[in-house]
Design a protein around this ligand. Structure first.
Ligand SMILES: CC(=O)Nc1cc[nH]c(=O)n1
Length: 104
C-alpha cells in the first residue's frame, strides 16, 4: 500500500487549483484505496504541498485514453500521451487514480 504520493513540481499548481483531478500511474504506484488520505510531495525536492483523498482507481490502457482523461489532467490528449511516454516509456497498462485535494 502506498503511504505517500509524489508529483513533478510542474503539476503542483494544477493539483492545488483543482484543474488536475487524476493521475495515471504504473502498477507499482497503483496500490491505493478509495477513501485513503495521502500526503503529497514534489518528486524533485520531496517538498510536501498538500494532502489528497483517493476517489477510485481504474485500470486504463494507453490506447483507451481519451480527451476526457486529458481534460482531467488539464492537458490536451497529445500532451498527455507525450507526458506518459516520457515518464513510462513503452508502458501500455496504466492505472487512473482519481483524487480530491483536501483543504490545508
Ligand atoms: C513523479 C510524478 O509526478 N509522477 C507522475 C506520473 C504520472 N502522472 C503524474 O501526475 N505524476
Amino acid at each position: 500500500m502506498l503511504t505517500k504520493m509524489t508529483f513533478f513540481e510542474r503539476f503542483e499548481r494544477d493539483i492545488l487549483s483543482g484543474a488536475k483531478t487524476i493521475t495515471l500511474r504504473d502498477e507499482a504506484e497503483s496500490h491505493v484505496e478509495p477513501g485513503q488520505i495521502l500526503p503529497v510531495s514534489t518528486f524533485e525536492m520531496d517538498r510536501w504541498f498538500c494532502e489528497i483523498q483517493i476517489v477510485d482507481v481504474t485500470p486504463v490502457t494507453l490506447a483507451e485514453l481519451t480527451d476526457v482523461h486529458a481534460e482531467q489532467e488539464n492537458m490536451t490528449l497529445a500532451q498527455l500521451r507525450n507526458v506518459i511516454a516520457e515518464i513510462y516509456p513503452g508502458l501500455e497498462q496504466l492505472f487512473m487514480i482519481r483524487f480530491s485535494v483536501l483543504p490545508q
